[in-house]
Design a protein around this ligand. Sequence first.
Ligand code: ADP
Length: 161
Amino acid sequence: MMRIGIYPGSFDPVTYGHLDIIHRASRLVDKLYVAVSSNPNKQSFFEISERMTLLQEALKKSKNVILDHFSGLLVSYAKEKKAAVIFKGLRAFSDFEYEFRMALANRELEPEVETVFLMTSHQYAYLSSSLVKEVITLGGSLKGMVPPFVEKKLKEKISIR
Ligand code: ADP
């Protein structure tokens, strides 16, 4: 039986922290859906199509990774894709409480789908999409935080604002 996993997120934009988790998760399943959440109520920096274009570029060498997007309940999406596992990345301890509650809620909604937490590499433990946006807005370098084409896109976006 094919083992299918989902790694959901807003990826606004994708960072090396996300890519580290994708790499780890993709080794644990036969097929991994990287699923960009489109939440119309959440203000995002990049449009969903832009976030997907950046992810596509970052993931072009990944063999068993499929890029997709979803809206609505994550567990419904997981069921639709016949996924057994939802992967979440953990950075600092501060991620834990929220993710713990979400995992329990999702289990209540869909007991068949398991949430698996993957620990990030220590060098990305501080990294988040919001930090990246803050640094670039203040004129800092994103070296070691995001791929160069993501930094370029961020700079373009800021200059037309
Ligand atoms: P962000 O908090 O960066 O805006 P997303 O909503 O895109 O994140 O996050 C999607 C998933 O990726 C979440 O499970 C989140 O914990 C995880 N994640 C984000 N950045 C990192 C990182 N640097 N290391 C490990 N996991 C991460």
